[in-house]
Design a protein around this ligand. Structure first.
Ligand code: PMT
Length: 407
């Protein structure tokens, strides 16, 4: 891949040299851009030696040509020539500039002109990281599609211990490789993903639901599409953009989700059941809004169809991957659900840890397979977790094909 590494002005700028080396060693073609601040911490010569290329140090620096016009539009040429921009360290200042669209140096101007993938690896003092302004800027950038490598916890150059350290450059390079979509191992597969919550009506204006945001399911759908699959995403009500090249089917209730799943089962080869389906629905929904009274209200609830269990009966040779959201006894419950619902694999997550599971951008999972093997993934961004889950699914598919071939 043709990659631009943008180096921000923080003490961690020296680690960017390790990142550039790792990316170059993995065969990527790397162009380095340094902010003025970055040049206070590390010399452009270091990067020039690692990449064999001139480092871009300013909007109107002497570019590859002495010609003034080509210097003035160099950011456009660099934006057009490269497929991925990774910024490490992404300082609080750079995040703020990117979020509001300020373009007062080469890197921020390049960011605006760039249409490829963007990876940001923030590093800063803990208080700056935790400041609502920084977090709001990050949320804006995340929503815009930037991929964030969260900073590590540890000792910081300012003398405190906390969150804000630039992660190991190898981890950033791994993240870049993950996005480089070098894998096409889902080509030919039709992947059906269920995501988000269901809503079960209480009356015409109220419903019972849960805290699922759909982020895990949408990350799975996006990753499967990147890796070559045709993807059908059956989603409860969420507030997320539909990933590129994904067919979306919107539903509200568990019954609607069941109907949509079985309407598409025939064409599907892999099913990922990450939705948080309501277990009960209200037996009698009045036509008019329920009136408030001073007495206790009792509701009769009936069980919803268990879509995963029914799929277990009817799946044929399709791969069925269930999920389990637990607040205790994670592994026992996960194994029990995998067996009774006849899943080939089950992804289990605890949903009572703050910052993980429901609603959060991050998750930590155990991926169980029927062979008895368990693979741990995270804590990490849900995009990364989705890739790790798909790695296990791809491996299972390969193993099953190998068994079929020898049978
Ligand atoms: O959406 P996010 O905010 O990103 O959060 C992600 C998540 C926590 C919702 C996700 O990682 C997850 O755990 N999804 C499964 C949630 C769940 O409903 O778990 P469960 O243990 O109650 O159900 C077990 C399995 O049965 C699930 O695959 C579920 O889709 C399925 N099920 C449950 C009930 C039902 N009536 N039909 C079903 O198919």
């Amino acid at each position: 891949m043709r990659i631009v590494v943008g180096v921000g002005g923080g003490i961690a700028a020296y680690k960017a040299a390790e990142l550039v080396r790792a990316l170059s060693q993995r065969g990527h073609d790397v162009q380095v851009v340094m902010t003025k601040g970055a040049q206070e911490f590390i010399q452009p010569l270091t990067f020039a030696a690692l990449t064999g290329r001139k480092v871009i140090t300013g909007l109107f620096s002497q570019s590859s040509s002495q010609d003034t016009l080509s210097s003035a539009v160099e950011h456009i040429a660099v934006a057009k020539d490269n497929e991925l921009l990774v910024v490490a360290p992404a300082t609080a200042d750079l995040l703020a500039k990117f979020a509001v669209g300020l373009a007062d140096d080469f890197l921020s101007t390049l960011y605006l002109a760039f249409t490829g993938k963007v990876v940001l690896s923030p590093a800063m003092n803990t208080a700056m990281w935790e400041h609502p302004a920084t977090q709001a800027n990050l949320e804006t950038l995340r929503k815009r599609g930037c991929s964030i490598v969260d900073p590590d916890e540890g000792w910081l150059a300012c003398g405190v211990t906390g969150t804000g350290r630039l992660p190991d450059p190898v981890r950033i390079a791994d993240h870049v490789d993950m996005l480089a979509h070098t894998k096409t191992d889902f080509t030919g597969e039709v992947v059906l993903v269920t995501a988000g919550p269901t809503q079960e009506a209480l009356d015409p204006v109220r419903y019972i639901s849960n805290r699922s945001s759909g982020k895990m399911g949408y990350a799975l759908a996006a990753a499967a599409a990147r890796r070559g699959a045709r993807v059908i995403l059956i989603s409860g009500p969420v507030n997320l953009p539909v990933p590129p090249h994904v067919q979306i089917i919107s539903i509200k209730t568990a019954q609607e989700m069941r109907n949509a799943v079985f309407a598409h089962l025939e064409e599907t080869t892999i099913i990922l059941k990450s939705a948080a389906v309501a277990d009960y629905y209200v037996a009698h929904i009045p036509e008019q809004k329920r009136k408030k009274t001073a007495t206790r209200l009792s509701l009769e609830l009936d069980p919803t169809p268990d879509i995963l269990a029914e799929l277990g009966q009817k799946k044929g040779d399709r791969l069925l991957i269930g999920f389990a959201a637990e607040t205790e006894n994670l592994m026992e419950e996960a194994r029990r659900k995998m067996n009774i619902k006849k899943c080939d694999m089950l992804v289990a997550n605890l949903v009572n840890t703050s910052g993980l599971g429901f609603e959060s951008d991050r998750n930590e999972v155990e991926i169980l397979s029927r062979s008895g093997q368990t693979v741990h993934a995270g804590p990490a961004d849900k995009n990364e977790i989705a890739e790790r889950i798909l790695d296990q699914v791809a491996m299972l598919r390969l193993n099953l094909r190998a068994v079929d071939a020898t049978a």
